[in-house]
Design a protein around this ligand. Sequence first.
Ligand code: 6OG
Length: 166
Amino acid sequence: WLPPLPIKYYTVAHIVQNDKILLGYKKRGFGQGKYNGFGGKVEPNESSLQAAIRELEEEAGIKAPLKHIGVLLFIVNGADKTFHIDIYYAEEFEGTITESDEMKPEWFSLSTNDKDGLPPVPWDKMWDTDHCWIPLLREGKPFRGRADFDKGESGVFIPRRWWYGL
Ligand code: 6OG
């Protein structure tokens, strides 16, 4: 058995500031109803970094000096493609955080006792494997990972095995 082809390139970008993280509630499309960083497909005419900057602006209304911090490979048994996801982050941004038709941006606390009264990161409404690498992102440690999924009823991805490392 081999991973499904083609390999499709995606981006996910996070703003991380003083132990808080900006996530978006996905209102439509793939991953609807989940919280995730901002991102999407890399178009043929652009680099992964250009796509990450463009998607962050389209979905959250802000510009940020994104830095590459991680690579994730998601292999889904029964899917028609394999996902290669570049993860980016920034500690600053310009502009006003704005809701789009795709994403509703919200701040969450990465610490357990938050002074600003922010809600904690909603792990139960995120992709199952995010808790493996968001702590590395928080510490600014470059990481890579691979997660293998089965495709369940109605297209949901069921995580089977995963590896994450520095
Ligand atoms: P659009 O269809 O909206 O791009 N994505 C994932 N993000 C996380 N955290 N975990 C996963 O594990 C993911 N699989 C895909 C990449 C889809 C967006 O969803 C991200 C893109 O930002 C399975 O254009």
